[in-house]
Design a protein around this ligand. Structure first.
Ligand code: ISL
Length: 560
């Protein structure tokens, strides 16, 4: 068993975690002041979102120097102190590796811009479409769109050619076909390992291999192809990942790795995480994040979640990766809204119970759970109401694009309030009062208005808080082979509001019963394994009956 099969990871989005110098942006020294908090929670791994030098067009996912820390976040000495402080507490550090693209001010790209440069081929440069005037409407080399809306190619008048950017124009895609590019990236990762890093989260890693020659995909009404299948899981992906694993020493050094993979299905995931394949430890799927999107598949097209669909999806991944490969488990990250607002009930009556129930449902599955900063406090969506309050490039592009199409601003703001990435990016409230203990200055994104009610100091002091529930779930994974290795079986798959499952190992079993609704639901005892002799090991409520209260959940150790 790999060490990370019994681990729980915690994601830090440094801008929003803790600000030590009052400039309104979180930094490495700020993280250093909260290491005991992480140790108290009991997490084994910290995944740090990008801290490298960057012009911050996409909050650091646009890297201009892979070998240095952005001054906004601190220095290499602060970084070394962080590694030391985490390791002293038995916590490993995983860095975010954004290697599908760089910033447009990375020296490699600046060099590549020059026609005839030896680095020209380090990125995807292409001439205009045949028969089109370079730079004219529709002359882009292919019809590919950007994940952040609009065209995925930018015209460079100086050379008369276009470069590919699957994200912002300030994030040009690296050409992985070029072996020099790959060698540089591997060497850079090895340097971070020499500094004490224990693994990597690979950003959009299944976009690195493009199908050649680059060709049009199915276009939407605006003539742009937004179908990610055209750019994901390219023909050399497995080869590149195996090479990366070998060259960086992933298996050899037993590094923690998780690849973010757009559109990945369970068969692909199994192939990538099969230990025999020598690729990655885990992948992040998006499938369960798309179940509350409408037929367009766009995240802004919001439909109510059908619980049976979510259960079926998670059960499918549990089954498909039961014997070969390994699952990552998550509800939240810096790209997703807050789970208690999205899947739970963030009203004062049900926020705590629903946050705990979401946590129980996820953490007793088989796999490696990821907790995103603030999730363990039951933080809610940001409550932003005006476009000027948003910072995120994806959100601003969506709003501007919608206005250009003549859409109703109120409707656009409504979608943003539910789905904007900024919902997860508001500062961590360390305590009540002005600044919430995040910063003495003006935070780069407003602190949630409910920080007097929802903050870390109060949560730590209250044994009944969401925080302590997470702490218990994490301890349970560490202590229980059943939680780590047990087989999974979904129960009552079609029930509209109960999420129930069984985990079993040898002659032991755990039963999870969770009410994913605000209304009380009688337990269908005839359709569940017998509770005779069962022991309640974790629950959300003190008073127990044969009916689950709104958002109540229980974990039983069965007596067989
Ligand atoms: O956030 C998204 C949906 O809301 C995605 O389109 C997202 O951009 C995609 O999941 C890729 O995410 C990763 O790469 C991006 C970066 O903006 C994200 O923060 C990162 O997680 C580009 O590097």
């Amino acid at each position: 068993m790999a060490w990370w099969h019994s681990a729980v990871a915690y994601q830090i989005y440094p801008r929003s975690f803790a600000d030590s110098n009052g400039d309104g942006v979180g930094d490495l020294k700020g993280i250093l002041t909260h290491l005991d908090y992480l140790a108290m929670l009991g997490v084994d791994v910290v995944w740090l979102s990008p801290i490298y030098r960057s012009p911050m067009d996409d909050n650091g996912y646009d890297i201009s120097d892979y070998d240095d820390i952005d001054p906004l976040f601190g220095t290499l000495a602060d970084f070394d102190a962080l590694v030391e402080g985490l390791h002293a507490r038995g916590i490993r550090l995983v860095l975010d590796m954004v290697i599908n693209h760089t910033s447009d001010v990375h020296p490699w790209f600046l060099e590549s811009r020059k026609p005839g440069s030896p680095k020209r081929d380090w990125y995807y440069w292409r001439p205009a479409r045949d028969g089109f005037e370079p730079g004219s409407e529709g002359a882009e080399p292919t019809n590919w769109g950007s994940f952040f809306a609009g065209r995925g190619w930018k015209f460079d008048p100086a050379s008369g050619e276009y470069y590919l950017h699957l994200f912002s124009p300030r994030q040009p895609d690296l050409n992985w076909e070029n072996p020099e590019v790959r060698a540089e990236l591997y060497a850079m990762m090895r340097r971070w390992l020499d500094r004490g890093v224990d693994g990597f989260r690979f950003d959009v890693i299944n976009l690195i291999s493009k199908t050649l020659p680059l060709a049009d995909g199915p276009a939407g009404p605006d003539g742009i192809c937004y179908d990610p299948s055209v750019v994901a899981e390219g023909p050399r992906l497995h080869e590149f990942l195996k090479e990366l694993n070998r060259e960086v020493g992933i298996d050899e050094r037993q590094l923690f790795t998780v690849g973010e993979m757009v559109l990945v299905n369970s068969a692909d995931a199994r192939a990538h995480t099969d230990p025999e394949a020598g690729e990655l430890g885990m992948v992040f799927t998006f499938e369960h994040m798309m179940l509350d999107a409408g037929p367009s598949g766009l995240k802004w097209d919001i439909v109510p979640l059908r619980l049976p669909a979510l259960k079926a999806n998670l059960a499918h991944w549990q089954q498909e990766l039961a014997d070969v490969g390994w699952n990552s488990l998550y509800w939240e990250n810096h790209d997703q809204p807050r789970s208690v607002s999205r899947f739970g009930d963030d009203s004062p009556e049900f926020r705590v119970a629903s946050a705990k129930t979401l946590a129980t449902t996820l953490h007793l599955l088989k796999g490696t759970p990821f907790v995103y900063q603030g999730e363990e406090l039951g933080m809610t969506n940001a409550g932003l109401t005006g476009i000027e309050q948003y910072d995120d490039i994806e959100s601003r592009n969506f709003y501007a694009g919608g206005l250009a199409l003549g859409m109703d601003p109120a409707q656009l703001l409504g979608a943003l309030a539910q789905r904007s990435r900024d919902n997860a990016r508001t500062p961590v409230p360390w305590h009540g009062g002005a600044g919430a203990g995040f910063s003495t200055g003006t935070p780069w994104l407003p602190v949630n208005a409910n920080h007097d009610q929802i903050n870390a100091a109060d949560a730590v002091a209250d044994p009944g808080s969401v925080f302590h529930h997470y702490r218990k779930l994490i301890a349970l994974r560490h202590d229980s082979a059943l939680v780590r290795e047990g087989r999974f079986e979904l129960l009552l798959g079609e029930h509209p509001s109960l999420f129930c499952y069984l985990r079993s190992l040898d002659d032991q079993a755990l039963l999870v019963v969770a009410n994913w609704s605000s209304a009380p639901v009688p337990l269908p005892l005839d359709d569940l394994p017998s509770l005779v002799g069962a022991r309640l090991i974790l629950g959300t409520h003190d008073e127990l009956s044969d009916t689950l209260a709104g958002w109540e959940s229980r974990v039983y150790r069965l007596g067989w």
